[in-house]
Design a protein around this ligand. Structure first.
Ligand code: AMP
Length: 208
């Protein structure tokens, strides 16, 4: 049976980085609502454009993200889900669509989240993630084309974290109460965090 992994955590906890690695290492589909929405930021929908919500750090309406996840799950055998569910109603919807084999929470403190998010830079050509303090490219050409996400500015980061504590922490609490949550300390080098997650998946696939 394929792994069906949910990766939970605040913005900046390392979900994107670790999901990519897990998808490669375990042959899983990487399902991420954030990337899907960014690729369709100016698409007109019944709810307006995703940009209207994203640039303000708010959640995009459930109807829209549920549809994205629905389509992605239909195409995936094994997957790692990243950035969804972000509130209890999405969590309920997900439980109607699929059974998870693991729900993993990447635990990172608020100061570290802010430092990671505001310093984050992206290479638009490769999707590679850098950081102004910890990890910058040596290649001048890459350096010059690095971009900051519209919602990684200090102002929007504060709003995103508020939305996280209000809407998404209850989701984490929900999986903790059902006994399915596996907590991993996410405050370490990405290689180390990846090792911790892999150990959990290899040893203890929980039926969430
Ligand atoms: P992320 O890349 O996961 O940090 O997501 C960036 C932005 O996309 C969020 O701040 C939201 O505006 C939107 N978004 C991503 N996933 C969801 C979701 N599951 N529900 C609602 N909005 C989402």
């Amino acid at each position: 049976m394929s792994n069906r992994i949910l990766l939970l955590g605040a913005p900046g906890a390392g979900k994107g980085t670790q999901s990519k690695r897990l998808a490669d290492a375990y042959g899983l589909e990487h399902i991420t609502t954030g990337d899907a929405l960014r690729a369709n930021k100016d698409m007109e929908t019944d709810y307006g454009t995703p940009r209207e919500y994203m640039d303000a750090g708010e959640l995009v309406p459930d109807g829209l993200v549920n549809e994205i996840v629905d389509a992605a799950l239909a195409d995936a055998d094994g997957f790692v889900l990243d950035g969804y569910p972000r509130n209890l109603s999405q969590a309920e919807y997900l439980s109607e669509q699929t059974d998870l084999t693991a729900a993993i929470f990447l635990d990172v403190g608020e100061d570290e989240l802010v430092r990671r998010l505001t310093g984050r830079r992206l290479d638009p050509e490769t999707g590679e993630i850098y950081h102004v303090e910890f990890n910058m490219p040596e290649d001048e050409a890459i350096l010059e084309r690095l971009e900051q996400r519209d919602d990684d500015t200090e102002e929007v980061v504060t709003d995103r974290l508020e939305v996280y504590y209000e809407n998404t922490e209850p989701v984490i609490e929900h999986y903790r109460e059902t006994g399915d949550l596996i907590e991993v300390d996410g405050e370490a080098h990405p290689d180390e965090v990846f090792e911790r997650i892999s150990e959990v998946i290899d040893e203890d696939p929980t039926d969430a």
